[in-house]
Design a protein. Structure first.
Length: 255
């Protein structure tokens, strides 16, 4: 998005910077997503927090949509998943209070910084993310929107953010199975993004199968994980995906 367009999108939300909302002091506008704008904040006792302003601004909200976002946070205790601390209000503006997670989005690392992710980083990021998906899925929750913009990275630690499209077991078996399969396919997509960061353009020749130097086990994992998006009933479970990823993408397995 051009910078001028970014400025205009952010303009309605910047007026909250510097304000206090029920004991939370809002700092910089950290990002804007489909369901809300996120601010860095400091809470009672000086504890860092992230406040997500629900959008659009309106007198009432779809409480089911709000619960869809906070439910997985309330049922999972994992270092890659931000803790939910409540909801605060300023007039007709409602904020979800979250643990502030470190780092910048993988989208920033990939597309702005043009960072090249080596084998050790790919293995480390993937293992943390896979572990988070196991915790989520086995607790009856799926993220639903796994992509570089929704994953934070500080050079060591990985965090999942933006659960606005999440699904729960209570949404029904078919919907939950499809969301879990989409998470696994999104995980495979992310691995491809990381591998492409070191892509040699002289190898350009079609699909990722042709362009990337992949070991046979890596290719098999990616194909199986991606195929689940079209066939959710036969998709890899998060636990299976974690095991196969670790077997295929430990740093010694790179070609």
């Amino acid at each position: 998005m051009p910078r001028a367009a970014e400025f205009l999108v952010a303009l309605p939300y910047r007026r909250f910077c510097g304000r206090s909302v029920q004991g939370y002091r809002l700092g910089r506008l950290a990002g804007i997503g489909g369901s809300g704008a996120v601010f860095d904040a400091v809470g009672p006792g000086g504890v860092p927090a992230a406040l997500k302003l629900l959008r659009p601004l309106r007198p009432s909200y779809d409480l089911a949509a709000v619960w869809r976002e906070v439910a997985p946070l309330s049922r999972v205790d994992h270092p890659a998943v931000p803790a939910w601390r409540g909801i605060v209000r300023a007039g007709c503006a409602y904020f979800i209070v979250l643990e502030r997670m470190p780092g910048d989005s993988l989208a920033t690392w990939l597309f702005e910084r043009r960072h090249v992710f080596g084998p050790v980083e790919v293995a480390g990021i993937g293992s943390q993310l896979a572990d988070a998906l196991v915790a989520l899925h086995e607790a009856g929750a799926a993220h639903g929107d796994l992509r570089p913009a929704n994953i934070l990275y500080d050079g060591e630690r990985v965090s999942l953010i933006d659960f606005g499209l999440s699904r729960q077991e209570e949404d029904g078996a078919e919907a939950f199975t499809a969301a879990c399969a989409a998470d696994i396919a999104g995980f495979a997509d992310l691995v491809l993004y990381l591998r492409y960061s070191s892509f040699d353009s002289s190898r350009r020749g079609g699909s990722w199968r042709d362009e990337l130097p992949l070991a046979p086990a890596q290719r098999r994992f990616l194909e199986e994980a991606l195929a689940g998006a079209d066939m959710p009933g036969s998709a890899l479970s998060a636990r299976e995906a974690r095991t196969r990823f670790l077997d295929a993408f430990s740093s010694r397995c790179f070609t």
